[in-house]
Design a protein around this ligand. Structure first.
Ligand SMILES: NC(=O)c1ccc[n+]([C@@H]2O[C@H](COP(=O)([O-])OP(=O)(O)OC[C@H]3O[C@@H](n4cnc5c(N)ncnc54)[C@H](O)[C@@H]3O)[C@@H](O)[C@H]2O)c1
Length: 347
């Protein structure tokens, strides 16, 4: 049995708790949150007894019988929490964005390495059904050599984040680095999972909505030796966004498209149902999947099962701290490029 102590019982912790509850070799041994109210409501929902609840992470690490911690708190808290875990020799699963700066993320990686604790960043998007399906197609070789990859994402519609709107994550409106930081780490992690590390990038981004501080639309060109990619992301388009902001996360208001052109065939993911097809040189379509969904709950189950499998076997995590530094490099290079209007060489 692996005993987990989860820190941060806010909005997204629900996904973590559900997944831990489904993994037979894991016990939710204790919970921690600064807010007593959030702590007790999650504890009641998941049957964690009141003597295993902590308002201080330090107290939890000192007192609780746990093997690893699951950090589901904002990025600014990750360094001090990993320092604590290192002091008590506990493994760590840590939410994205890993840290507010590249340097801080590198410091976290160095701390974990020094004391020999295992560290994985919670990058669940590569575990979502569309990414997993596209990865299988790429690995099959059916597309041949990749020439161009285009990813289009529309979500959130920041114009609706008017003052007073009931938002599941109110902190989003005040983030100076917004879309390519809060969500971009997911896109870049998934991109790297599918295509590997790009050599350079160029970004254009804007903040259009009056209701958010940071950028809410942007385009990034990613250069490789033999192909290029385009990431086109926009949170001010009202196109096909008729639903509420989050209620039904797998439904039509969440729009992602992908077109990957290879020298043998093209993969297209389109429509509000996430249909994936292959198109050959004659324009003939073969359906890979009639429908794919952004199945966050399942993605967490896959990701957290991977974490436990690797703890058991000693195998490396797909998204360990060092791997995530490469993702953050893309994120912070995006801001550098948008500020300087220059392309950034990455490697
Ligand atoms: N992987 C995903 O798809 C995904 C989705 C949503 C959020 N997230 C990430 O998860 C993290 C949390 O987001 P959220 O939306 O749940 O936020 P939230 O504000 O709803 O929850 C965070 C909780 O952490 C608690 N907290 C903060 N600092 C603490 C500390 N030092 N000790 C104990 N408790 C502390 C807060 O009281 C709060 O209850 C963020 O980094 C966010 O980017 C990831």
């Amino acid at each position: 049995m692996f005993k987990v102590g989860l820190i941060g019982t806010g909005f997204w912790s629900e996904k973590h708790m559900k997944a831990w509850s489904r993994i037979p070799s894991v016990e939710i041994a204790s919970l921690c949150d600064r807010s007593r109210e959030k702590l007790t409501s999650k504890a009641e929902e998941y049957g964690v007894s009141h003597d295993r609840l902590y308002e201080s992470a330090e107290e939890m690490l000192e007192m609780a019988d746990i093997d690893f911690i699951d950090i589901v708190t904002p990025p600014e808290t990750h360094l001090p929490l990993v320092q604590l875990a290192a002091r008590y020799g506990k493994h760590v699963m840590c939410q994205k964005p890993f840290a507010p700066t590249y340097e801080e993320a590198a410091e976290i990686v160095a701390i974990a390495k020094k004391v020999g604790i295992r560290l994985m960043v919670t990058e669940n998007w590569r575990w979502l059904q569309p990414a997993q399906t596209i990865k299988r197609v790429l690995e099959s070789g059916v597309l041949g050599e990749i020439r161009v990859a285009r990813f289009i994402h529309s979500d959130y519609f920041t114009e609706r984040m008017v003052p007073g709107a009931k938002l599941p994550q109110p902190f989003l409106v005040d983030m100076p680095k917004f879309m390519f930081y809060e969500m971009g780490v997911h896109w870049y992690d998934t991109w790297r999972f599918l295509f590997g590390d790009p050599l350079r990038l160029y970004a254009e981004a804007r903040s259009f909505s009056r209701n958010v501080k940071g950028e809410d639309s942007g385009v990034v060109t990613l250069g490789y030796e033999h192909f290029y990619g385009l990431m086109d992301t926009c949170w001010v388009t009202s196109r096909e966004m008729t639903g509420p902001i989050v209620e039904d996360e797998v439904d039509a208001h969440f729009v992602e498209h992908f077109i990957i052109d290879g020298d043998k065939a093209t993969l297209k993911m389109y429509g509000t149902q996430g249909k994936i097809v292959l198109v050959d040189h004659n324009g003939q379509e073969t359906v890979v999947a009639e429908r794919t969904v952004l199945d966050h709950e399942e993605s967490h189950f896959r990701l957290q099962s991977h974490f436990i499998d690797c703890l058991e076997s000693g195998a490396p995590f797909q998204t360990d701290g060092e791997d995530n530094l490469r993702t953050l490099r893309l994120t912070f290079a995006t801001y550098q490029s948008m500020e300087t209007h220059q392309a950034v060489a990455l490697y």
